[in-house]
Design a binder for this molecule. Structure first.
Ligand code: COA
Ligand code: ZN
Length: 310
């Protein structure tokens, strides 16, 4: 039985080139990143967080995001939407010059992680986010705000819903195209996820909310399911389950794109993603990174039974 109404669409934003690669010991060369993006595009992913425009001293793996963006836009034009992560005006200027289609502006609910990640308080990061939404709109870029530690902070523990709301309210007033709630270290559980999206789906515009999960406790799919049941139709995921944050200890891989896509297809949603091509891209990434990758569905996907049920 299908769970979705009439082939409803779930929008998957591929964050592998950013959240996936930012914490890897192996830094992919520009050519390898371009090949990775080519594989993602071939698999049908049309919205790709291409990298971050942050200090190369803070995150060396993202130093070539400008060059990658320019190259990808030259290759695919309007065929895909590129998003670039920014935390300050300097990064915004770089993203604009490189030609991204949209920016993901990060603020953090908990002060301790915000100080480590953004080097400022949560309020200052939120004020910056508001200023950058305005600039992005003036520049014709799509706008998204990532609200980090929406459930749990690696330093402060559980983050109260009203603290998340305080940040989200300030940002929502300036109408970003999307508002993403991020389980930055993968410590949220499905009941918390359902509670947040039940509340915020009413308060904001449910169709513009995004769910971002990590699979640290193998709850990525369960959390995605909870969000789906709350009517959330926009998700982040990372090819092969790659991912982590250099400033958030304990953050393991993101929810794997192949797991999310598989869940959506089984549940009757469309994603526009072809799983076989996606697995070919996981295989490419494994070669590039030099270790086995792949989400929870890996062993099933490679098993012989798959052909009987697929
Ligand atoms: N792009 C390139 N360089 C940048 C930059 C950006 N967006 N923002 C700051 N810098 C550089 C400055 O030019 C300066 O360089 P210098 O030492 O050669 O003069 C240096 O970083 C310090 O600048 P300052 O404005 O004092 O920044 P900061 O020390 O307050 O740190 C951050 C600013 C937050 C931008 C930086 O720590 C950072 O980029 N962190 C990474 C956050 C991240 O990617 N987290 C994971 C994803 S959420
Ligand atoms: Zn993340």
């Amino acid at each position: 039985m299908s769970g979705a109404n009439q082939r409803e669409f779930v929008s998957v934003c591929e964050v592998g080139p950013r959240d996936g690669l930012q914490n890897e010991r192996v830094h992919l060369a520009l050519e390898d990143k371009s090949q990775l993006v080519a594989g993602l595009v071939k698999a049908g992913l049309r919205k790709i967080e291409i990298g971050s425009f942050v200090s190369p001293k803070a995150v060396p793996a993202m130093a070539d995001t400008d060059a990658l963006t320019t190259r990808v836009k030259r290759t695919y034009g309007t065929g895909i939407r590129t998003l670039g992560l920014v935390v300050n005006a300097q990064g915004f200027d770089r993203a604009l010059a490189a030609g991204v289609d949209g920016v993901c502006i990060v603020t953090v609910v908990s002060d301790t992680l915000c100080q480590k990640n953004n080097r400022c308080s949560s309020q200052q990061a939120t004020d910056t986010a508001v200023a950058l939404i305005k600039r992005a709109k003036e520049s014709g870029l799509s706008t998204r705000v990532d609200v980090a530690t929406s459930w749990v902070c690696p330093y402060e523990g559980q983050v109260p819903l009203d603290a998340v709301q305080r940040v989200a309210d300030q940002v929502w007033e300036y109408q970003p195209d999307e508002l993403a709630f991020c389980d930055s270290i993968g410590h949220a559980h499905p009941y918390q996820v359902a509670k947040l999206f039940a509340a915020f789906g009413e308060r904001y515009d449910r169709s513009r909310l995004v769910a971002h999960f990590h699979d640290t406790q193998a709850l990525g799919l369960a959390n995605a399911t909870a969000a789906l049941f709350q009517g959330i139709r926009r998700f982040d995921a990372s090819v092969g389950g790659l991912g982590g944050c250099p400033f958030a200890p304990g953050a393991k891989g993101n929810l794997a794109t192949e797991d999310l896509v598989h869940l959506c297809h089984l549940s009757g949603f469309e994603t526009g993603v072809q799983l076989d091509d996606l697995w070919a891209t996981v295989a490419l990434l494994e070669q590039q990174i030099g270790r086995p990758l792949g989400g929870q569905s890996r062993s099933w996907f490679h098993s012989t039974q798959r052909t009987q049920h697929n």
